[in-house]
Ligand binder design. Structure first.
Ligand code: FES
Length: 231
């Protein structure tokens, strides 16, 4: 593990921001349609720093960074997500050529929508090498880590990511999406416990998730915008 990885951490504060430390690169990314699926493109340039505080209440006037508005808005940031490991929370879907773990944590990023169906369709029809590879890629691209492909040898497929934080905009839905966290960055609860370390996770930044600190797609029905959703 590199020094960068070993220092990287996200600390959740009580009813306040995420404190990010360890020189983790931060980018804005935009979800755009790409054929029948989606891709992320670069958005605005964001300032880089060794340490920074990211808004999780949805009220900052300087998004994605915290400006103290959570104190005025009396943000209730209580963490409600299960702390059971992914493998225990997930259901297994078996296909002929590849299997799929699914923990149901959807951030509505829609990368599971593919040219000829969804990730689940590809898994259920994985009777060719091409379909197997498509199913694996579709699962790998799920930013929330909800979906994980398992080969018939029992190996969990996971792309390599360096530690990175992406502040995401979703202009197709007219909303600002969550914080896509990549690269096995430890996330520490307000109470000091470390959540299971995952390669892909989406954190809530609209303040409305019922599964805090993780995104549950509430930014869509609540119409959350940080003021930087591209036209
Ligand atoms: S968490 Fe501080 S302004 Fe939102």
């Amino acid at each position: 593990m590199s020094e960068k990885e070993s220092n990287a951490k996200i600390k959740i504060t009580k009813n306040g921001p995420y404190l990010v430390s360890g020189n983790i690169p931060i980018h804005e990314k935009i979800i755009i349609p790409h054929g029948h699926t989606y891709k992320l493109i670069e958005g605005r340039k964001l300032p880089q720093a060794e340490n920074y505080a990211l808004c999780r209440c949805g009220h900052s006037k300087n998004p994605p960074f915290c400006d103290g508005s959570h104190l005025i808005e009396h943000f209730n940031g209580k963490e409600t997500a299960s702390r059971e490991p992914y493998s225990d929370r997930s259901e297994l879907l078996e296909g002929p050529g590849v299997d799929l773990l699914d923990d149901g944590r959807c951030a509505f990023a829609r990368f599971c929508h593919r040219e000829n169906g969804t990730t689940w369709d590809y898994v259920l029809n994985s009777d060719s090498e091409e379909a197997i590879q498509e199913a694996i890629q579709a699962a790998n691209e799920c930013p929330s880590g909800r979906l994980t492909a398992i080969t018939k040898k029992g190996e969990l497929s996971e792309p390599h990511y360096d530690p990175e934080i992406n502040i995401v905009q979703d202009p197709e839905k007219g909303v600002s999406a969550g914080i896509f966290v990549r690269g096995k960055i430890p996330i520490e609860s307000e109470d000091g416990a470390i959540y299971e370390i995952r390669n892909r996770i989406v954190l809530c930044r609209c303040g409305h998730s019922r599964n805090k600190p993780f995104c549950d797609a509430s930014h869509v029905p609540f119409g959350f915008s940080d003021g930087h959703v591209p036209e």
